[in-house]
Write a protein of this length. Structure first.
Lengths: 492, 230
């Protein structure tokens, strides 16, 4: 009976270890359950929070992809100045519209860069393209065509200008009725590749894309959602600022979040001429040579372009996604993280307290085992084994609970709204009729689906074991300090 | 064989120092049957703990077959307990969640004995104390006397050279007490084991060959009655 044999034996799992362990846990069922349920809640929470964070991140990415395109690493815009986001004003002269009986019908259209967006010289595009680390850069001109139409009773000062309709759409007092229609128009470089820019996350569904030969022509490609709602197809015509464009193609967003960045896509020079912004663009989309270069390119561009220019990376763009998606993202990241850390700490504490008090209660039992020759290691192993099994039990319940919660969410399929400031609009200009401001962003509803990854499940199991080990370490430490003579001392 | 020389044991209780044993000299031969009596707090349990390698003396040496327990490390003391010494307690000290059979097996767990061997030896030990039909019972399902028999089987199953008992009949009625003492005597005779019993009961003490008295930590030995009372 040498030491060597004893150690060799202890390495294989002793059936006594298992019997003793399961009996103990069954015997104090209530305590085992409390500790396991505490651990289970914490672990379920970790799984759900992790999964929600993953699902929301995917939703956010898909919202971004629809607006900025999949190949875009960096966007360059010019910071809005206060003067560029003044009140929108429609003017109707006596000549606009016609009078029938007692009612005057009118119709006014306006084309301008979107609210809060500032144009800058297209020379920046060449400058950006030649920056080291830049793979490709393309400039776009984002415009918004707003049509105001309605009827008013033909009374009194028909020649007086009417300003600022109070309601976005519909009627506003008496027999008057107004309608505001807003269409986003994006001018892009038809000679350049569409691998970078908003069109990179679209696919052609009918007709053709614009080519270099279309430069300067009045041709347009339509977003499929817009085409459907406006009942347009290839061969139809659309009117932008009193000019007629022929529709040559329809594109559909390839990202999960619905519509593409703009309603209409036209050649850049046509757009510039139309809005009087010759040689101007509103944003430049930049692709870096590699992901590792993004930071360096951003720094270089900020330095070479100067202060009024804003250089955004995808990471900073994520913050431009608004709506319930971003609420969910910040919830998952801040509240979810802290809540799971807190609940996890509470569960660990609960396990430690119960284990330590359990060892204290069993002073005579462990003292007796030591008195009959059990080594400290064997006693500690027994205590730690009990806690680890308790932790694993909690882990198993927690994984089941977490997966059930995720399954429920995935069955319900809640939709989140994501509004990413589009290429044609800045990050939400102040004031103005709500209907107009809304149209400047690309709103999409994204069905939230929660992913379950092996790494999350691995993390859950690891946490369960860790919880058991921490409790076991404290309990075991308490057990090693018990003197074997305690067996004779503490009489039940 | 035990050889205790000049044993002293003190405990610190806060700032107070309690002397539990003072200058104890004692020799116990193999196969001896010793009873230790004395007033409460006299140091009986303390002496038994030293004999049982549960604790080290503050001074002196305590040789068990020539090896000094006073100089051993904890792990070595643990091995001595696991292999040489059987303990029987006043309160039986069985593991409440384990059956009689499993309780007996706990004594074999530190010895690295294969599970099947362990089962057989535990069953034999239970049979030796007359409890083979109660092997699968939990301690709570057994009477006090039966629990003490399980505890005796647990002490014997490792074939120890010494059996130490601290008031083994203190919690039992008279008839059961007689049964247990007769069982211990039978084991002593069959196996030539050294038996040391701490007791307040003079009937139990009179069964021993030698009777020791501990008074305030000082040991005295009574002249032996030549014929033990039946
Ligand atoms: N761990 C300890 N810490 C402090 N003092 C102790 C400790 N163990 C024993 N003592 C003291 O040592 C003295 C002897 O105690 P011991 O338990 O050996 O007496 P005993 O003869 O067994 O008494 P009883 O008949 O009541 O069991 C007592 O005064 C006791 O208070
Ligand atoms: Mg005592």
């Amino acid at each position: 009976m040498s030491d060597r044999i004893a150690i060799g034996r202890a390495a294989t799992v002793d059936p006594m270890f298992r019997t003793y362990l399961t009996r103990e846990l069954k015997n104090r069922r209530r305590q085992t359950l409390i500790v396991a349920v505490g651990m289970a809640l914490a672990i379920a929470l970790v799984i759900v929070v992790n999964s929600v964070a993953g699902g929301v991140k995917a939703a956010q990415a898909s919202a971004l992809a629809s607006v900025y395109g999949v190949g875009t690493d960096i966007t360059v815009t010019k910071a809005a100045t206060t003067s560029s986001s003044g009140t929108q004003q429609f003017t109707f002269g006596a000549g606009a519209g016609s009078t029938t009986g007692g009612t005057r019908t009118f119709n006014s259209a306006q084309l301008r860069t979107a609210r809060g967006v500032t144009t800058f010289a297209a020379t920046a595009v060449t400058k950006i393209a030649s920056t080291s680390g830049v793979q490709a850069a393309t400039g776009v001109l984002g415009l918004e065509s707003t049509t105001f139409s309605g009827q008013t009773p033909n009374s009194g000062s028909s020649s007086a200008p009417q300003t600022r309709p109070t309601a976005g759409t519909g009627t506003s007092g008496g027999p008057s009725s107004f309608g505001i229609d807003s269409t986003t128009v994006l001018g892009y470089d038809v000679a350049a590749s569409t691998a970078v820019g908003p069109l990179s996350s679209t696919a052609l569904t009918s007709g053709r894309m614009l080519t270099a030969a279309d430069a300067g022509k009045d041709v347009a490609v339509l977003d499929s959602d817009y085409a459907t709602s406006a009942s347009k197809k290839v061969g139809s015509t659309v009117t932008i600022d009193a000019k007629t464009f022929s529709v040559v193609g329809i594109v559909k967003s390839t990202s999960a979040s619905g519509a593409s960045a703009s309603n209409l896509y036209i050649p850049l020079d046509t757009a510039q001429k139309l809005s009087g912004d010759t040689g101007k663009v509103t944003s430049v989309f930049v692709q870096a040579t590699s992901a590792a270069q993004i930071g360096a390119v951003q720094t270089a561009l900020e330095k070479s372009l100067g202060s009024p220019m804003t250089v955004n990376t995808q990471a900073s763009l994520a913050s431009t996604v608004t709506g319930s998606v971003s609420t969910a993202a910040s919830l998952a990241q801040s509240l979810g993280l802290w809540l799971s850390v807190l609940v996890l700490a509470a569960a660990f504490l609960l396990a430690v307290l119960f284990t330590v008090s359990g060892v204290t209660r069993r002073t005579r039992e462990f003292g007796t085992l030591k008195a009959i020759g059990w080594t400290n290691r064997r006693v500690v192993g027994q205590v730690a084994g009990e806690s680890v099994v308790q932790g694993l039990l909690g882990g198993a319940i927690g994984v089941a609970l977490g997966l059930a919660a995720i399954a429920v969410v995935n069955v319900i399929h809640p939709t989140l709204t994501a509004s990413a400031a589009t290429a044609t609009a800045g990050p939400g200009g102040p004031g103005g009729p709500a209907g107009v401001a809304r149209a400047a962003t690309s709103a999409a509803s994204i069905a939230l689906s929660l992913p379950v990854t092996a790494s999350v499940l691995g993390l859950a199991v690891a946490l369960a074991i860790l919880g058991g080990l921490v409790a076991g370490a404290f309990g075991g430490w308490r057990a090693t300090r018990l003197r074997p003579a305690a067996a004779l001392r503490s009489v039940a | 064989m035990y050889q205790l020389t000049n044993i002293g044991k003190t405990y610190k209780q806060g700032s107070r120092i309690v002397t539990a044993l003072k200058d104890v000299d004692l020799t116990i031969e193999d196969g001896d049957h010793v009873a230790i009596q004395g007033q409460t707090g006299g140091g009986k349990s303390t002496l038994l703990q030293l004999l049982g390698a549960l604790d080290r003396p503050s001074t002196g040496s305590i040789l068990l077959d020539g090896k000094d327990l006073a100089r051993m490390r904890d792990a070595e003391l643990g091995r001595v307990r696991a292999t040489r010494i059987g303990f029987v307690f006043q309160g039986f000290n069985l593991i409440p969640t384990l059956t009689a059979q499993e309780n007996v097996e706990t004594a074999l767990a530190p010895l690295g004995i294969a599970a099947t061997d362990r089962r057989r030896r535990a069953a034999e030990a239970l049979a030796a104390v007359g409890l083979d039909t109660r092997a699968s019972h939990l301690p709570s399902e057994l009477s006090g006397g039966q629990q003490q028999r399980v505890a005796i089987a647990r002490a014997l199953v490792k074939d120890p050279s010494v059996l130490l008992a601290d008031e083994p009949t203190g919690a039992l009625d008279e008839d059961t007490r007689n049964d247990i003492i007769e069982l211990l005597e039978r084991i002593r005779d069959e196996r030539g084991i050294t038996l040391v019993v701490v007791t307040h009961d003079s009937w139990v003490a009179r069964r021993a060959k030698r009777r020791l008295q501990l008074r305030a930590g000082v040991l005295t030995e009574r002249p032996v009655a030549t014929v033990p009372v039946g």
